[in-house]
Design a protein around this ligand. Structure first.
Ligand code: ADP
Ligand code: ZN
Length: 818
């Protein structure tokens, strides 16, 4: 009897595929291991073994079944729990297991991209070889490194492996296999005392030996002091801080006083750290909340817990207190955050309590780093992982708790590509499915979560007071219409904001200025004809970036250097309209030239350490004013920031989406919460043309008031949280075609959904990268089961494709869209 394995392939196909294990593979086959399998005429894919099949297959099925090429792993890289989670994500978010698996694994664990062929014999021109071999060598000479698939393409064969192995055995090429093997750990040199000089007496002797060199004495003193505190001394940093050369340490090594030790370190460490165990002392209110949470955690039914605490109330402190027993029990914790800018501060806080068993996971790590984190999580070497949404895919063997900080944040939702998952919702599913506690925290919970809490589906725990600061910041809304009429503005600043900035800076405190647009101005406007330069590929105006001197489309990246002449009327009358972060910086420089201003947005933080550097410098007070997009709004904790200015709140509020008000409220509350977090009272100034907007009038009121207001508004249209929502988006490059097909799809869906089917309408940006986008919104009663829904919707889409004239329309189903 042959062993048959069910394999998930990284493809958008509905079902998995079966392959036969060769006799010598039978023992290696295990669920969760990767395999190489042939697919179609000439492709080789990496797949994951989902199951060892014991369903009987017919003789003809067996005949068609192909063999597994190779089993890649010695140990499974995914466990059964993970795989069942992936199945659920694929099912709930309307995609295939292959798409989930593709999103979940770091690229480095997908050999199709990491199997590399390199040139080994530089003098190959003189050798006799076949034409095929020659072609490959030639390609290698040009590209230095090519992958498996390229070799297959060059040779136009399905499986280049045998031929490659032959070439390798002749010494012509090198096959660099998997990341795990090519990955080189990074080492760091530490200095310690040799055994001969560790006691006090011996040390005195050592000092005598170095007494003629002040430098040597200095270094020895540093190392010895650290040694008695049980700390290690990193060589490079120490030499630098003592301002001495490596000749000094070399001399001490030569004298047998110091040892150099190579220690493997994580690549992702930004700086050295010392394991510490700072005690967490809770305020009485936090103590009460902690007690409530412990009570809920001891209940057999593990409902998610919503920790609703105002900004600065110490939610982070509380999470850490709740994590402590889990860590002590030796289990793992997933700590989700919406934004990588937050990881730096949080990791410092968490390390100060839990030491060094903490890892970070986000998209700005390169692939080697992500593989490394993956493996450390899998082996349990990381007990805590702080990560953005994709961290839910990590292979925790022993997960004991999930914390979702800033649970309301929309970046927990992935939009493109599939799986279009909501990481917070996946986390609550994991809680139920794996039977572990989940703590959601926010100062401004999402409508959905808060509703769940009020309805008793979640436990609600509240914090009403700031931990250190006596009071919440004082909030002032400034009417910019009035300011402009009276000509009181200076640059981007109203009179009250300008004054407040000046006073704050004079007190040597810091300022955060917020605007949710990057670039200099969101669009240019021709003063002669009213034309606004648009992207040629997308239906959206281009943003003007002054530093780069160009217009750029934020949807497709198209740039245009023509920033003066109107392409409609040919006059040189393009005016810069609207406010972006770059423009605010300019205004600050004009009015506050003696202070240091920096910008924190997508453009200035693209490098891995870019944001960490900015945060570090702001923390060290080397920066006085930080101007930024929503990156500055979330969760950051700066002791000396006492003023937050919102430059113009209007475009947040006016956004045409039913969630716009909720989001604007959350954002403004969040950014306000950055002010006065320590002992000094903070101030917030919000500039707007619409001071009477209910969002602004609710900012200082209790959260529940705003919630009730929104809930009533949403009830009128049966929007979430009253119902669930699904967006069905269609994309095509031909406008007439997409409009006709939208109607065809409408006719198929309408009988099932009736008035709960909205659309078709063009998307907010109707065309992106030359693709038109139209959408339907479906409102689904909460009582309808996801399973029924999926089956039904899938049927309807299949029916559409049976009728469709061409198969070229792309249909994207987005469940619970943000
Ligand atoms: P949140 O996450 O609710 O915004 P944080 O946990 O960041 O609040 O706490 C706000 C500030 O108060 C931080 O600087 C934090 O270190 C401090 N803090 C919170 N709780 C305590 C406590 N019990 N003792 C001392 N400082 C605290
Ligand atoms: Zn574009």
């Amino acid at each position: 009897m042959a062993t048959i394995a069910e394999i998930i392939l990284p493809l958008p196909v509905k079902s998995n595929f079966h392959y036969i294990a060769k006799p010598d593979q039978a023992l290696k086959i295990q669920v969760g291991k990767r395999v190489l399998v042939p697919f179609g005429k000439r492709k080789i894919y990496t797949g994951i073994i989902r199951a060892i099949s014991n369903t009987p297959f017919s003789a003809s099925e067996m005949d068609r079944m192909r063999e597994i090429d190779e089993v890649l792993d010695i140990e499974p890289i995914l466990n059964e729990r993970q795989l069942s989670l992936f199945d659920w994500i694929a099912f709930y978010y309307f995609c295939t297991p292959g798409e989930v698996f593709k999103a979940a694994l770091p690229l480095g664990l997908k050999p199709e991209s990491s199997l590399k062929i390199r040139l080994k014999e530089p003098n190959w021109h003189h050798l006799t070889m076949s034409d095929a071999e020659f072609l490959l060598m030639e390609a290698l000479e040009i590209q230095t490194e090519i992958d498996f698939q390229t070799a297959a393409d060059i040779w136009e064969i399905a499986n280049p492996r045998p031929r490659l192995i032959q070439m390798e055995s002749k010494g012509w090429i090198e096959l660099v296999k998997w990341v795990e093997e090519t990955y080189k750990p990074k080492f760091k040199t530490f200095l310690t005392l040799t055994e001969a000089y560790q006691s006090r007496d011996q040390l005195e002797e050592a000092f005598e030996l170095v007494s003629r060199s002040a430098h040597q004495e200095n270094l020895l003193m540093t190392v010895a002091a650290a040694f008695y505190k049980g700390k290690s001394v990193p060589k490079t940093e120490t030499l630098k801080s003592l301002d001495i050369t490596s000749a000094v340490s070399k001399a001490l090594v030569k004298k047998g006083i110091l040892n150099e030790e190579q220690v493997q370190v994580d690549r992702m460490d930004l700086h050295g750290y010392e394991p510490a165990s700072q005690d967490l002392i809770l305020t009485p209110e936090q103590q009460r909340a902690f007690g409530e949470i412990q009570g809920y955690l001891s209940e057999p039914s593990k409902k998610p817990i919503l920790l609703h605490g105002i900004t600065g109330s110490g939610k982070t402190h509380l999470y850490m207190s709740c994590m402590k027993p889990i860590i002590e029990a030796g289990r793992q914790i997933l700590y989700l955050l919406p934004e990588i800018t937050l990881t730096k501060q949080i990791i410092d806080r968490i390390r100060s309590v839990f030491g060094d068993k903490v890892g970070i996971y986000h998209s700005r790590f390169n692939d080697h780093e992500r593989v490394e984190i993956w493996q450390k999580v899998r082996k349990g070497e990381y007990q805590i992982v702080i990560g953005v949404r994709s961290a839910i895919f990590l292979p925790f063997p022993n997960l004991g708790m999930i914390v979702v900080d800033e649970e309301h944040d929309h970046s927990f939702k992935q939009y493109e590509p599939a799986p279009r998952y909501q990481a917070r919702d996946v986390a609550t599913y994991m809680g139920r499915h794996f039977d572990i506690p989940v703590i959601l925290g926010s100062a401004t919970p999402s409508m959905e979560t808060y509703t769940n809490a009020l309805e008793g589906k979640y436990h609600l725990v509240e914090l009403h007071k700031r931990a250190i600061a006596a009071k919440l910041p004082d909030i002032q809304v400034v009417d910019m219409r009035m300011q402009r009429q009276k000509r009181l503005t200076k640059g981007m600043f109203s009179q009250p904001l300008e004054q407040a900035i000046r006073e704050t800076l004079e007190r040597k405190e810091q300022v955060i200025l917020f605007q949710n647009r990057r670039g200099y101005s969101p669009y240019l406007l021709c003063e002669t004809c009213g034309y606004v330069p648009q992207c040629i590929h997308c239906d959206i105006s281009m943003t003007y970036h002054k530093e780069k001197g160009h217009l750029r489309c934020h949807y497709c990246g198209y740039t245009d250097f023509n920033v003066q002449k109107c392409s409609n009327c040919s006059n040189y009358t393009l005016r810069r309209a609207g406010i972006g972060t770059e423009r605010i910086v300019e205004s600050v420089q004009e009015y506050f030239p003696e202070y240091v201003v920096e910008r924190m947005d997508w453009d200035t933080t693209r490098t891995k350490h870019g944001y960490a550097n900015l945060i570090q410098r702001f923390e060290n007070r080397q920066i006085d004013i930080l101007v930024g997009t929503q990156m500055v709004s979330k969760g950051l904790d700066f002791e000396h920031v006492t003023l937050v200015g919102v430059i113009l709140a209007d475009n947040l509020i006016n956004f045409p989406d039913f969630r716009a008000h909720e989001q604007a409220y959350q954002l403004i509350t969040q950014v306000s919460g950055r002010a006065g977090r320590s002992t000094k009272r903070g101030r917030v100034i919000i500039q707007t043309m619409m001071p009477d907007s209910p969002i602004l009038t609710h900012i200082e009121r209790p959260f529940k008031d705003f919630y009730q207001l929104q809930l009533a508004e949403r009830a009128q249209f049966a929007y979430p949280p009253h119902a669930r929502m699904i967006r069905v988006e269609i994309k095509h490059k031909d406008r007439t075609f997409i409009e006709a097909e939208a109607m065809r799809l409408y006719n198929i869906m309408h009988p099932s959904f009736g008035a709960n089917l909205l659309g078709p309408d063009y998307a907010l940006v109707p065309r992106v990268r030359n693709q038109y986008r139209m959408q339907f919104l479906l409102k689904i009663g909460k009582e309808i089961s996801p399973k029924k829904l999926r089956t039904h919707l899938e049927e309807l889409i299949d029916r559409y494709f049976q009728q469709a004239p061409k198969k070229t329309l792309r249909i994207v189903v987005d469940i619970d869209p943000a």
